[in-house]
Ligand binder design. Structure first.
Ligand code: G3H
Ligand code: 13P
Ligand code: ZN
Length: 361
């Protein structure tokens, strides 16, 4: 079984200069599509489940689904990650069900709607880090609140996001505070806010530096060269997927996502985990709409889920290639969580602040 922790995987990615897409999962079809793509690209992969996914699929089903995927593809390192954990209990139960990594999103309170203050964020994140590291699991934290710099709004379509409007002070991670946060929490990876938001409606035009503040990533990477950075809301919302959906009866208003070249720029500046859900949702929806439009009499789910899986597999494979993940699965030897727990206990994985990457190695 090739389960890997986020920390081990991202340390490898940093060493070789690549990024790893983190694809959201809710069902068997998505799991098979992700692993077929990883297998074709020889890529390690991060699969992540939101709280919504865990309650949709059921924790037990999800656990056995991931076991099945790991058994089918023993040569592919799979990191199983909790996306946007809202409190300590969500993170603890994820680990109980076989997740090797959790996100404690303390940028929002436990209701996943109310922006939290810095001290609250540090406290809950530190609690999760202590608990997770005892058993060798990894922790992603978030500093700054995800939302649009154009509108000041979060994206509520996924049930996780603030309500109302926020100013740029909350929507952009403060680089100095990022250093303090990593020092205080000892997170393995840090999600930062720089203008991306969840869902399809990120930007009303092709984004430039005013609405997608890649300079914040560069600034944080300069101060924290050894911290793995995470980009949320990083679907590219490809025009061709919007067109397929609309061609076959969908009604998606024109929108723009995060261009792949901006993500590639991020990867050069410490971004190691790139969260993608919307692109895969759109790929599946477009394929299903096409089957229904062309054959309204169809009622065998396999007839539309198979094309949906193929469309999703193509998106995943393309991202593995674009982020440089392809070719690395066979080069990693995953360590068990017990070995990672020993490494944390020895202090060897504590954050190295103020050192260049070379000096830290
Ligand atoms: O966090 C964002 C992901 O797109 C998951 O969305 O909460 O609807 O499963 P979800
Ligand atoms: P997208 O909605 O851009 O795919 O982002 C997903 C995400 O960030 C999950 O945490
Ligand atoms: Zn997210």
């Amino acid at each position: 079984m090739a389960r890997i922790t986020l920390r081990q995987l991202l340390d490898h990615a940093a060493e070789y200069g690549y990024g790893v897409p983190a694809f959201n999962i809710n069902n068997m079809e998505q799991g098979l599509a992700i692993l077929e793509a990883a297998d074709a690209a020889d890529a390690p992969v991060i699969i992540q489940a939101s709280r919504g996914a865990r309650s949709y699929a059921n924790d037990i089903v999800l656990k056995h689904l991931i076991d099945a995927l790991a058994e089918m593809y023993p040569h592919i390192p799979i990191c199983m990650h909790q996306d946007h954990g809202n409190n300590e209990a969500t993170c603890a139960t994820a680990i109980q069900y076989g997740f090797t990594s959790v996100m404690m999103d303390g940028s929002l309170k436990a209701d996943a709607k109310t922006p939290a203050d810095y001290d609250y964020n540090v406290r809950v994140t530190r609690n999760v880090v202590d608990m997770a590291h005892w058993v060798g699991a990894s922790v992603e934290g978030e500093l700054g609140v995800l939302g649009s710099l154009e509108t000041g709004m979060g994206e509520k379509e996924d049930g996780h996001g603030f309500e109302g409007k926020l100013g740029h002070d909350q929507l952009l991670t403060d680089p100095d505070q990022a250093v303090e946060f990593v020092k205080a929490t000892e997170v393995d990876a840090l999600a930062i806010a720089m203008g991306t938001s969840h869902g399809a409606y990120k930007f009303t035009r092709k984004p430039d530096g005013d609405v997608l503040a890649m300079n914040v990533i560069e600034e944080i990477h300069r101060r924290l060269p050894n911290t793995h950075l995470v980009m949320h809301g990083s679907s590219s919302v490809p025009q061709e997927l919007q067109d397929i959906i609309n061609q076959y009866g969908g009604q998606m208003p024109q929108t723009w996502g995060v261009p792949v070249e901006e993500i590639q720029r991020g990867i050069k500046h410490g971004v190691r985990k790139i969260n993608i859900d919307t692109d895969n949702r759109m790929a599946m929806t477009g394929a299903i709409r096409k089957v229904f439009a062309e054959n309204p009499g169809e009622f065998d789910p396999r007839k539309y889920l198979k094309p949906a899986m193929e469309a999703m597999r193509a998106v995943c494979k393309q991202r593995f290639e674009e982020f440089g993940t392809a070719g690395y699965a066979s080069k990693i030897r995953p360590l068990p969580m017990s070995a990672m727990a020993k490494r944390y206990a020895s202090g060897e994985l504590a954050p190295k602040i103020g050192l260049t990457r070379q000096a830290a190695e």
